[in-house]
Design a protein around this ligand. Structure first.
Ligand code: ADE
Length: 359
């Protein structure tokens, strides 16, 4: 294993590498904490190329923290649509209100205060405090884990408390106290451009001479991880009901996936569901006169970080006099695109036409 005593050389080499390879990203044009915050929250679970248009969209609509706090959460959720992990948007809106109410709209400038905001954990607090305020707090993300584990030959699994502690300590020793923001962004850029997960460019790497994993020919083995838990299967049967003019939707309110997003009425189970008529009757006051036409079901599998959703969408056409459960919200079909909906439903609606059934 390499010794950490050469850490300042490693740091210098990272900063040197960064001078020539740094990516020109829109949030790097200034150190404004509001912009850095938006970018860091987006990038937590999103690739940079996918995140950039969302960064612009959010910044255009909410140029400052006040405008975000003053807007209804629904508006941010709608802008977020397609990015997934919506708790990021919910927390962001909550934190914007915290900044306005507790800090008079001025972004808190220390790691300690940043970490008190909703949705800001160790990573994000370190990123904002170092990039915007010059505080020497090292970030540890997937890129940092990968580079440090390979370079130093660290085998502690990164998805354990011990691993997180060890890597954080090492990153904290490496950080340049004078340029902490550049150091943090350098190590992340290095991980995503050069020391990549599957095809690292070791031939041109300035660290390969001292890299433990490279010297052993085991770069691909790093970082070490404990096997992930099996994903939980969930089964959703959605009813896409229409009378030709309207549809019926509801807002998810439980503390569960997609909280506050809108969806079609559904039955949820942990085992496969047969699309039987009695489920539909729960929503329709279907007496013998009611005309109900059930369309062909469509199955869509949607993989999330901890779950696999097996969704079945069932188009249902009723006549205009039928009564649909009062707890559902009736909306014109033309208004559906104004509501924030999960990506699974968005995908289904893009590829299918459930409302074209004719009685
Ligand atoms: N990934 C997330 N935030 C980043 C940043 N500020 N620089 C480089 N990569 C990142």
């Amino acid at each position: 294993m390499n010794s950490y005593s050469s850490s300042s050389d490693t740091t210098k080499a990272l900063l040197n590498w960064y001078t020539t390879h740094r990516r020109a990203l829109p949030w790097r044009e200034s150190n404004d904490p509001y912009r850095v915050w938006i970018s860091e929250i987006i990038l937590q679970q999103t690739r940079i190329e996918q995140g950039i248009p969302y960064y612009y969209k959010i910044l255009n609509r909410f140029p400052d923290v006040q405008s975000m706090a003053n807007a209804p959460l629904d508006e941010l959720l709608k802008l977020w649509q397609g990015l997934g992990y919506y708790s990021r948007a919910r927390n962001m809106h909550f934190a914007a209100c915290q900044i306005v109410n507790e800090y008079e709209g001025l972004f808190p400038s220390s790691y300690e205060n940043l970490i008190g905001l909703k949705g800001i954990g160790e990573y994000t607090a370190a990123a904002i405090s170092s990039i915007s305020f010059g505080e020497a707090k090292a970030v540890v993300d997937g890129n940092v884990f990968r580079f440090l584990s390979r370079f130093f030959g660290l085998q502690t699994p990164i998805n354990t408390t011990e691993g997180k502690k060890q890597f954080t300590q090492i990153a904290q020793k490496l950080i340049d106290p004078i340029h902490p923001g550049d150091y943090n962004q350098a190590i992340m850029d290095f991980g995503s451009i050069q020391c990549t997960p599957s095809g690292p460019d070791c031939q041109t790497c300035p660290f390969s001479v001292n890299c433990f994993a490279y010297s052993q020919g085991v770069v691909q083995k790093y970082p070490y991880k404990l096997p992930a838990k099996e994903k939980q299967d969930r089964y959703f049967l959605y009813f896409c009901i229409t009378d030709g003019i309207s549809t019926w939707i509801q807002q998810r309110k439980n503390r569960d996936i997609w909280q506050d997003l809108w969806e079609f009425p559904l039955v949820e189970e942990t085992s496969p569901i047969q699309p039987e008529k009695h489920f539909i009757n729960k929503y329709l006051n279907a007496d013998s006169d009611t005309k109900v036409l059930i369309g062909k079901p469509t199955h869509v599998k949607h993989v999330l970080s901890h779950r696999v959703i097996h969704a079945t969408f069932l188009p249902i056409r009723i006549d205009t006099s039928s009564i649909v459960s009062g707890s559902l919200q009736k909306i014109p079909l033309t208004e559906l695109n104004k509501f924030a909906i999960p990506r699974l439903i968005e995908r289904y609606l893009t590829n299918h036409a459930p409302f074209n059934l004719i009685l």
